[in-house]
Write a protein that binds this ligand. Structure first.
Ligand code: PLP
Ligand code: COI
Length: 354
């Protein structure tokens, strides 16, 4: 057992499994690194995080996570540059957001120091797992759940905050076809849509399965009230380009305030791309597709990076997007990934050295 970051204890694996990993063929989130960070909430306080070998965890069958779904998570990435320096992208935004999510689920907020120091200690121990292959990175999954026991439907008295990491390639393999959803809803006013709560994703699986059976990859959610307005997709915010203007829906109670989304809005302005944060109807998008003014649609998120949408389906009909040279998606993707991988100047101060 050694101690790093003054207080964080590290128990290392006896034998690393890294040699068994094919870094040239990485799926998304399938192979986990050697270690994980664990931090427990007990007796009303978060204990000091520790780094331990990646391993199964034991929970009582009455742990409240199983019954009442008290759990939230984050998604981040670590990038390695040509000189083997390790970088995070706006990590304090994730740290703040996990607490915004936690608060909504009545989970005790995690001190910034535990999140950041625990994460940095884990990356130090598992730094060799950060891929250097083009387009790959180390996907980082911080998550918190109710480990406290009992069938009473009330917040647990104990929680676990874990960070696990997976060297990962692209989230989508190939073209992205989306279905604009008109029956099911992801979230509602006053609900938990803005939180990165596990249950938000569970609720999407069935409608997404139905869409996948019809040949789509993701559902694009519309507002729960009228199903007239485009909101976001299952794992990403949505951008739509009509003529030269890039449009994205304002965030709300129902939409995740994506870190990629807000970064792209700033980069787009810096690129002198006209941006509009406004509500956008399905009708407007369908009409724009019919009259040729719909130029691009793409999803944006940590896992998805920028994923251009090739087709959207609506009311039984498919609409194809044109393939443009110098698309906004390609310009923005280059700008943001060049910042993330330390290939270009970071005028916004978003890069964070580990
Ligand atoms: N919307 C949803 C529902 C998501 O799961 C994600 C992924 O994290 C995003 C949007 C994009 O958010 P971010 O850019 O912070 O990863
Ligand atoms: C991310 O982009 O980090 C996410 O959390 C999306 C996830 C559901 C894969």
């Amino acid at each position: 057992m050694e101690t790093i970051s003054n207080t964080i204890k590290v128990e290392k694996v006896k034998t690393s499994k890294i040699d068994k990993v094919d870094f040239n063929n990485l799926a998304f989130g399938k192979v986990l690194t050697d270690h994980m960070m664990v931090c427990d909430f007990k007796n009303g306080a978060w204990e000091t995080p520790k780094i331990v070998p990646y391993q199964p965890i034991t929970l009582d069958p009455s742990a409240k996570i199983f019954h009442y779904g008290q759990s939230v998570f984050e998604g981040m990435k670590a990038y390695k540059d040509a000189d083997k320096n390790v970088w995070l992208f706006r990590p304090l935004e994730n740290q703040k957001r996990i607490n915004i999510s936690s608060k909504r689920l009545a989970i005790p907020e995690i001190p910034e120091e535990h999140f950041m120091e625990g994460l940095k200690a884990l990356l130090k121990v598992d730094h060799e797992w950060i891929p250097t292959t083009e387009g790959s990175s180390l996907y980082i999954r911080p998550f918190v759940f109710a480990s406290g026991n009992g069938f009473h439907a009330s917040p647990a008295d104990e929680y676990k905050f874990i960070i696990a990491c997976a060297p990962s390639g692209s989230y989508f393999a190939g073209k992205v076809k989306v279905l604009i959803e008109e029956k099911y809803s992801r979230s509602a006013n006053g609900g938990v849509g803005y939180a990165k709560a596990g249950g938000n994703y569970a609720g999407q699986f069935y409608p997404t399965q139905l869409a996948v059976e019809k040949g789509y990859n993701q559902v694009v959610w519309t507002d729960d009230n009228t199903h007239e307005y485009i909101e976001e997709a299952g794992a990403m915010n949505i951008f739509i380009r009509i003529n030269d203007t890039l449009i994205t829906s304002p965030t709300s109670d129902r939409i995740l305030d994506g870190i990629t989304r807000k970064s792209l809005l700033e980069i787009a302005k810096d690129e002198n791309i006209a941006v509009a944060v406004r509500k956008i109807t399905v009708k407007e998008v369908v009409e724009a597709s019919k009259n040729g003014s719909l130029k691009e649609m793409f999803g944006a998120g940590t896992a998805a990076v920028i994923s251009p949408i090739s087709t959207f389906g609506h009311q039984g009909q498919d609409y194809d997007l044109p393939e443009l040279e110098n698309s906004y998606a390609s310009i923005l993707k280059k700008r943001i990934t060049d910042i993330q991988y330390n290939k270009a100047e970071d005028k916004f101060g978003w890069r964070y050295r580990v």
